[in-house]
Design a protein around this ligand. Structure first.
Ligand code: BTN
Length: 272
């Protein structure tokens, strides 16, 4: 635990046997004891009994077959100043990229991002991410709790919906849950530190390489496609997904030419 945390650059990592939701629990723990968690802390649960998904949906995770993990972030730049909160919308895509890398390295799986931050294999969802604000420590701006659920070794009959898959199904062989978690956290921490070092600027080169925005754009299969978007209020849009804006919102152009920047919602990829 502690050794891994040090090596991966985490401030703390805790593993619980069973909890309702790691997101809810980590938010509570961090507000009860702001100093006990540091700036990059991780809470993992063996069993999650009341997981939350995006858009108020439940998130089911069969015991032993899924990874349920939450990361508490209190983002600061190199000068020790809090990151601008506008940059917070990039943490979820950053996490999705890290998971994609971990899936490739640990399980040999080629995956992609489906907007906003699902990780998919051949169009089937393998992981979802849910972020919300966490109380800041000592009057500082809020932090973020970033929850990731990964279907690791679910069998066909355990999948919650027909549009889901699991790492072992996609890889065609067993996938080590602990190895996947460790690699995910390492990959996440590295990208996150680089992003903080450029003060949360999605357009800035990371570690001398490409910007986060261009990396996310390249990995997102939603772009360039015809999509149907269901907005949180229930309204629907149909058109072409043309890109991401500076906040990570999806730009959609309807056939009428009307443009939209969608910050939340559900996307269906349509045939061209
Ligand atoms: C989605 O709807 O795609 C997001 C699912 C997020 C699930 C994870 S599991 C760990 C963390 N705790 C929760 O209650 N939800 C997130």
């Amino acid at each position: 635990g502690t050794e891994f945390a040090d090596q991966a650059g985490l401030s703390r990592i805790e593993v619980l046997d069973e909890i309702g939701s790691t997101n809810t629990e980590l938010t509570r723990l961090a507000s009860d004891e702001p100093d006990a968690w540091g700036d990059l802390a991780v809470l993992v649960a063996e069993r999650q009994t009341e997981g939350h998904g995006r858009l108020h949906r439940p998130w089911a995770s069969p015991v032993g077959a899924s990874l349920t993990v939450s990361i508490l972030l209190r983002p600061h730049n190199a000068a020790g100043r809090p990151l601008p909160t506008q940059s917070y919308s990039w943490f979820s895509p950053l996490a999705a990229l890290a998971l994609r890398e971990a899936l490739a390295q640990i399980a040999g799986i080629e995956s992609a991002l489906k907007w906003p931050n699902d990780v998919v294999v051949d169009g089937l969802k393998i992981s979802g991410i849910l972020a919300h604000l966490a109380p800041g420590a000592h009057g500082e701006p809020p932090g973020v709790v970033l929850g990731t659920g990964v279907n690791v070794s679910l069998r066909e009959d355990e999948l919650p919906v027909p549009t889901a898959t699991s790492a072992s199904l996609a890889a065609g062989r067993p996938v080590d849950r602990t190895a996947l978690l460790a690699r995910y956290l390492e990959e996440f921490a590295r990208r996150y530190r680089a992003f903080c070092a450029v003060n949360g600027n999605a357009d800035a080169p990371l570690d001398g390489g490409r910007s986060l925005l261009s990396r996310v754009q390249d990995a997102t299969i939603t772009l360039g496609r015809r999509v149907r978007v269901e907005l949180p209020g229930g309204r629907r849009l149909e058109g072409r997904a043309t890109g991401l804006d500076g906040h990570g919102s999806l730009q959609v152009v309807e056939d009428s030419g009307e443009r939209h920047a969608v910050s939340a919602g559900d996307v269906v990829h349509l045939r061209p």
